[in-house]
Design a protein around this ligand. Structure first.
Ligand SMILES: *[C@@H]1O[C@H](CO)[C@@H](O)[C@H](O)[C@H]1NC(C)=O
Ligand SMILES: *[C@@H]1O[C@H](CO)[C@@H](O)[C@H](O)[C@H]1NC(C)=O
Ligand SMILES: *[C@@H]1O[C@H](CO)[C@@H](O)[C@H](O)[C@H]1NC(C)=O
Ligand SMILES: *[C@@H]1O[C@H](CO)[C@@H](O)[C@H](O)[C@H]1NC(C)=O
Ligand SMILES: *[C@@H]1O[C@H](CO)[C@@H](O)[C@H](O)[C@H]1NC(C)=O
Length: 542
């Protein structure tokens, strides 16, 4: 090695050392071109939303605390945004990519998201948040691995597979949108997809005797699904960023927007097996299969795929209650997950949210506490930042069910940074609901049938319930969560049923700190797009 090269390599080592001492977190760069393209998921040609030509889109592979720089070129003919289901965006609702936080990327333009997966691990997904684009694809998986110094409560699996499953319609997103805009409900879906393919369109290869991780997300629009693998048990290990108590299941209900990781050991005779998803709580049951292929397989799948659970709500509710966190396992940090005593802290506020399906101005809408959300002409976060009045008002949604008929409103609820809130989702309807809260995780302290009352608190799990970001509410039932409001910003609370979300079953929670400090919230990004009444406003000097 020449002297120059020796000095050069010493300098590189020194530079890397200084960088790691400074603790700067690594960067990953992505350039994504969002286009329309032909896809044939159910055998008929459809116009899908592709990312760099792919459906589903490319997977994001990251490690706790990494910075993700994602430059998105919108080559569609409609304004577009990505949002990041479960990525907490700490101090940074500027990057959340929903209508209330970001101006849409205009057709033919680009915008660079700067995300950090700060203090997170686990399995999530991204999706297009506007204009029912999700019905055309544009979604993909997000993996956040633990840092190498943090113990993971199971041995490294031999492989790590992502399963993005959900219902699918043959009609395209503009036709589906037109149905909703005209005041009607969507038809029943045409099928289910696994990773963008219909039945037996996808094969997962495993070596006999080895153990694999499967990360399953329900990216569908309207139905819960059940997931199972013929002849194999699944050990649950992770739920939306929390290491779960490692129970085994023969099938798992995955509600809209939810994500789970399971470990599956290829411990059966060497052949091929069905991987099955089927719709839940629907009178007609749709299903789709993929293949679990042993590398030394002696034969292909035969006979009908295994059926799903035949019992309905009670079975699912029991399963939901069995999903708990492993208190001694590490999360994103080395300390055990149980060291945050969520059950010993007194809540400072109770918010009760009741969903409903009112007809407003002769059209089907969906509401929460009687308010059916309508977007304003300016993203709420920008209106807040630039102090543009008349876009929204705080308190435009009640924090208790009103019982009244529905009305349209740009609904924003005020909340204080560091409050510790009890949220009770109350579902008096006959359909299952799935709720997601951006920017936060919450502890699912209870769920049960009937009407919630303060006495329901006596049966809360205040010891080891799971924490997550998306939770189901069974028909004629309630679900209660405890949520630390540890993230300043403008956060979307929404139904994950995409027709309900589109027709108003959502609102924003403005978590506010009077400190006005970068320690609580990052400044507006230099490249932030401005639009609506914020048009022409300056973000920050470059
Ligand atoms: C995106 O893809 C379209 C279609 O292939 C192409 O015309 C366009 O130049 C691409 N844009 C970028 C920024 O790569
Ligand atoms: C658009 O992409 C270019 C690189 O092609 C980049 O320099 C620019 O910052 C991007 N614009 C935004 C708003 O992120
Ligand atoms: C959706 O399909 C309709 C015909 O049913 C067609 O007119 C429309 O252009 C399509 N939209 C997209 C985005 O492909
Ligand atoms: C819980 O996590 C610990 C690691 O701290 C692990 O050894 C144990 O197997 C896990 N137990 C269950 C039941 O998940
Ligand atoms: C919670 O409230 C109870 C009753 O008001 C009180 O006795 C207790 O000290 C409080 N606990 C904490 C951790 O503040």
């Amino acid at each position: 090695m020449g002297e120059n090269r020796r000095i050069w390599s010493i300098m590189v080592v020194l530079f890397l050392l200084v960088k790691s001492i400074n603790g700067e977190d690594p960067y990953r760069f992505y350039t994504w071109n969002v286009t329309y393209g032909d896809i044939y998921p159910l055998g008929v040609k459809q116009q899908g939303i592709l990312i760099n030509g792919q459906f589903p889109g490319p997977q994001i592979e990251s490690v706790t605390n990494e910075n993700l720089i994602i430059n998105v070129f919108n080559s569609l003919d409609e304004p577009f945004l990505f949002s990041w289901n479960g990525v907490q965006q700490r101090r940074n609702s500027w990057q959340d990519g929903v209508y209330g936080t970001n101006c849409p990327i205009p057709p033919g333009q680009n915008f660079t998201y700067v995300l950090q997966v700060k203090d997170q691990i686990g399995s999530f997904f991204y999706f297009p948040s506007l204009a029912f684009h999700k019905a055309a694809g544009g979604f993909g998986g997000i993996k956040i691995a633990s840092r190498s110094v943090i113990p993971v409560p199971f041995p490294p699996p031999a492989g790590d597979y992502t399963i993005l499953a959900g219902d699918w319609f043959k009609q395209n997103h503009t036709d589906l949108r037109a149905i909703l805009d005209s005041g009607n409900d969507l038809p029943f879906p045409d099928g289910l997809l696994i990773n963008g393919r219909g039945s037996n369109g996808y094969t997962f290869t495993v070596d006999q005797g080895k153990t694999y991780r499967f990360r399953i997300s329900n990216v569908g629009l309207t139905t819960s699904i059940n997931f199972r693998i013929e002849g194999h048990k699944m050990m649950l290990v992770e739920v939306e960023g929390t290491h779960a108590l490692q129970n085994t299941y023969s099938s798992l209900d995955v509600h809209l927007g939810q994500s789970y990781s399971v470990l599956v050991t290829a411990d059966q005779p060497a052949q091929d097996y069905y991987i099955v998803v089927s719709t839940r709580f629907t009178s007609q049951v749709l299903s789709a299969t993929s293949i679990l292929h042993y590398s030394n397989s002696a034969g292909s799948v035969s006979g009908p795929p295994p059926g799903g659970p035949t019992t309905q709500i009670d079975w699912s509710l029991d399963q939901a209650r069995s999903i708990r966190q492993n208190l001694t396992a590490s999360g994103p940090r080395p300390n055990p997950q149980g060291s945050y005593h969520y059950g010993l802290i007194n809540t400072t506020r109770t918010v009760r949210l009741a969903n409903s399906a009112p007809i407003i101005n002769g059209k089907q809408r969906y509401a929460v506490n009687s308010v059916s959300f309508i977007p304003a002409d300016t993203p709420l976060k920008l209106a807040d930042y630039f102090k543009i009045s008349g876009v929204f008002s705080l308190g435009s949604i009640s924090e208790n069910p009103t019982g009244g008929g529905g009305y349209l409103q740009t609904s924003v609820m005020a909340a204080d940074f560091r409050a510790y809130v009890e949220v009770v989702f109350e579902n008096a309807e006959d359909t299952l609901q799935s709720w997601h809260i951006d920017g936060h995780i919450f502890f699912v302290v209870g769920m049960d049938g009937g009407q919630w009352t303060p006495a329901s608190r006596l049966n809360y799990n205040l010891r080891d319930t799971i924490s997550r970001c998306t939770v189901q509410v069974y028909p004629q039932s309630w679900t209660a969560v405890y949520m630390p409001l540890d993230n300043v910003g403008m956060w979307n609370i929404r139904s994950e049923n995409w027709a309900r979300q589109y027709l108003g079953q959502q609102f924003y929670l403005r978590v506010y700190s009077p400190a006005n400090s970068w320690r609580d919230e990052y400044p507006i990004p230099k490249n932030a797009l401005v639009c609506g009444r914020a048009q022409g406003r300056k973000t920050r000097p470059l």
